[in-house]
Design a protein around this ligand. Structure first.
Ligand code: GAL
Ligand code: ZN
Length: 646
């Protein structure tokens, strides 16, 4: 099903009927509204103007459109900030972040927690049972614009309370953090500051606990809204629109309080943004990276316990990336189909009409500012027709799973140890290699049971608990562990038995030294007679196992025992492709090496193919394939869907 993000407050009441009817005619079922409309809902303290919103909801109802109602807490109005200036957050440099854009609030502010509850309760008590309201979106993109971590006095106090609950005594905290180093010892929790504005690196355990605390604060803030919505709006779903691969808070944890996950997909924006941080191979400026949006679909399906939406789907050029390219013709349709192939329940476009004013005036939508259809409009109309004619069977569980961990991202962020050593690029290269082999991937949290898969891939899991090792020890399939796995305790210390810590129970090896390398190939690993470049990272291993791959100095880099493998270096994508191919074959998983820019995704007995490249590609369909969409030769930016009959 399809939807759109709409801002009726920006267009005046006379437009509503016309806009909603046109959405209906386009084949949309859902309309998300309200998430930035606080100043129109409550223009003065305690004075509510519901009329315009009543009208939108009633019109939607009369047309049979379903509304996703956003709570407006991402944009507290000016009068509220003036009343309670302690709502404003403080940045890492200690500066107050002022009113004038959005997300100008601190998750720990007691005034803001109270005021958010008040506005959510007002809206939910008015519309909670409205027949047009199918569900709720809490706030908007938690953490966007670097707002997860705040350094204000409210956060300092809340952090001290959090530490006290965790450690009970200052002595325990001192031991856990190792504060004897550099005379950092604390006599009470009240002495502990936030880890910003220090002369050089703060204590890494201090940082890690602060990151955990900040993550918990986001969840607690969201929970306040969820509890109110549940009480006033029975039978409606609650979701939140997360951002693409954003790691500053634990999305698995927060989503435990929601019905499913949603995320905002801007494939060209993400790719341009990503390119600032790491080198992306196999990327096409006008269609994106064939694995970045899919990685997020799979991640959010995992986060959402099998259920996810794309709440905002790029429908034309955005305005916020380093360069803002125009999607190749066909890409809006392709991105939509790709989302459904990965199990999305709804894809909702951003936004209905481009606004000629304010911060996002250069951000396109389905309509131009003068209400004429922009190019995405016709593609959406086409997808709507196609969706109506192709019933999609449910997803089957994949044979391959990848473990994703937010804490792992924090460990890499706190202690990269070298240039370009980041968690997300590592995850992307593991994921990409699997996808280039034509495999479907489920993404799991370390908390899951892992059972039922034939191959489990763990790009890195620095903090590895005994409980996870326990579950891994009974896992039946093959497991691949990437570098730095098991390298830290939960207090950010080197494990007593040396890395990989508790993983030594599954693999008899010890990491006795690590070395960070350049971002260019500085070493080579030889595996099965072939050489592969190594950059960024390598480890020295002591073990009784004989190596399956060796580095240039003859030292072992790939170890395997009992169907479990450890990679003691930063693997590049050419290595991962060959390595996973062999493991998959051993595990009885069929692979298909796909040409550049072509990807597959199965949904029940349907196989979907996507061509991100600017050239024709042949899809690997059997002779007997029955095409429901497209054909064997896939032109650029096209989609094919087929069924393989016996
Ligand atoms: C999202 C946000 C929207 C809009 C959009 C523009 O991050 O949720 O409100 O700003 O980006 O691409
Ligand atoms: Zn704060």
């Amino acid at each position: 099903m399809l939807g759109v993000c709409y801002y009726p407050e920006q267009w005046g009441r006379e437009k509503v009927k016309e806009d909603l009817s046109q959405m209906k005619d386009l084949g949309l079922q859902f309309v998300r509204i309200g998430e930035f409309a606080w100043s129109r809902i409550e223009p003065h303290p305690g004075l509510f103007d519901w009329e315009w919103l009543d009208e939108v909801l009633d019109t939607a109802e009369s047309l049979g459109l379903k509304i996703v109602l956003g709570t407006p807490t991402a944009t507290p109005p000016k009068w509220l900030i003036d009343r309670y200036p302690d709502i404003l957050p403080v940045d890492r440099e200690g500066r107050i972040r002022q009113f004038g854009s959005r997300r100008h609030y601190c998750f720990s502010s007691p005034s803001y927690q109270r005021e958010s509850c008040r506005i959510v309760q007002a809206i939910a008590s008015r519309y909670g049972r409205h027949p047009a309201v199918s569900g709720w979106q809490t706030d908007n993109e938690y953490g966007c614009h670097d707002t997860t971590r705040c350094y204000c006095p409210r956060c300092r106090e809340a952090f001290q309370r959090w530490l006290k609950a965790r450690y009970k005594t200052p002595e325990a905290l001192n031991r856990a953090w190792g504060t004897v180093f550099w005379s950092q010892e604390y006599r009470s929790f009240e002495e502990v500051e936030l880890p910003n504005l220090t002369v050089t690196n703060p204590n890494p355990a201090h940082l890690l606990d602060y990151f955990r605390f900040a993550s918990d604060q986001v969840r607690a803030f969201n929970r306040l809204q969820v509890d109110i919505l549940r009480a006033y709006s029975p039978g409606r779903f609650i979701t939140h629109n997360f951002m693409g691969a954003f790691t500053q808070f634990d999305h698995f944890a927060l989503t435990e309080d929601l019905d499913f996950a949603s995320w905002d997909s801007y494939p060209l924006g993400h790719v341009e943004w990503g390119r600032k941080f790491y080198e992306l191979r196999e990327y096409f400026p006008h269609s994106g990276h064939p694995d970045i949006a899919p990685l997020n679909h799979d991640l959010y399906r995992g986060v959402g316990r099998g259920r996810f939406w794309v709440m905002e789907q790029q429908a034309g050029p955005v305005q916020w990336a380093p360069r803002n390219l125009s999607p190749a013709p066909g890409m809006v349709r392709l991105w939509t189909w790709e989302a459904f192939a990965h199990g999305a329940e709804v894809v909702s476009y951003f936004r209905w009409r481009q606004a000629p004013f304010a911060q996002e005036q250069m951000h396109t939508g389905l309509l131009r500012p003068d209400s004429t259809p922009d190019t995405g409009f016709a593609e959406v109309a086409r997808v709507a027709r196609e969706l109506a004619s192709i019933p999609l069977p449910p997803l089957k569980p994949s044979q391959v799973a990848l473990v994703f961990d937010y804490e792992a991202a924090w460990v890499f962020e706190i202690e990269p140890l070298g240039e370009g050593i980041q968690y997300l690029p590592l995850v992307l290269s593991f994921y990409s290699a699997l996808r280039r082999l034509g495999l479907d991937v489920d993404i799991l949290s370390p908390q899951s049971t892992f059972s039922g898969y034939r191959l489990l891939v763990i790009p890195s899991l620095p903090i590895l608990s005994e409980a996870v090792v326990e579950r891994l020890s009974t896992f039946q399939g093959a497991i691949v562990f990437g570098p730095r796995t098991g390298s830290k305790t939960s207090h950010f210390q080197i494990p007593r038995e040396l890395p990989p810590g508790p993983l030594q129970k599954l693999l008899p090896l010890r990491i006795v030294r690590v070395e960070s390398l350049g971002t260019f190939p500085e070493d080579r690993v030889t595996w099965k007679g072939k050489q592969y470049p190594v950059s960024r990272w390598r480890e020295w291993v002591e073990t009784s196992l004989s190596p399956q791959g060796i580095l240039q100095d003859g030292k072992g880099a790939i170890f395997g025992d009992n169907n479990r493998y450890y990679l003691a270096f930063w693997p590049d994508d050419t290595f991962l492709l060959d390595f996973f191919e062999e493991l998959a074959q051993k595990a009885g998983i069929t692979t298909t090496r796909l040409p550049e820019g072509l990807r597959l995704r199965r949904r029940g007995d349907l196989i979907c193919a996507f061509n991100y490249s600017p050239e024709n590609r042949e899809v690997p369909a059997k002779e007997t394939a029955q095409f429901l969409l497209g054909g064997r030769i896939l032109p650029p930016y096209e989609v094919a869907i087929w069924r393989e009959t016996l």
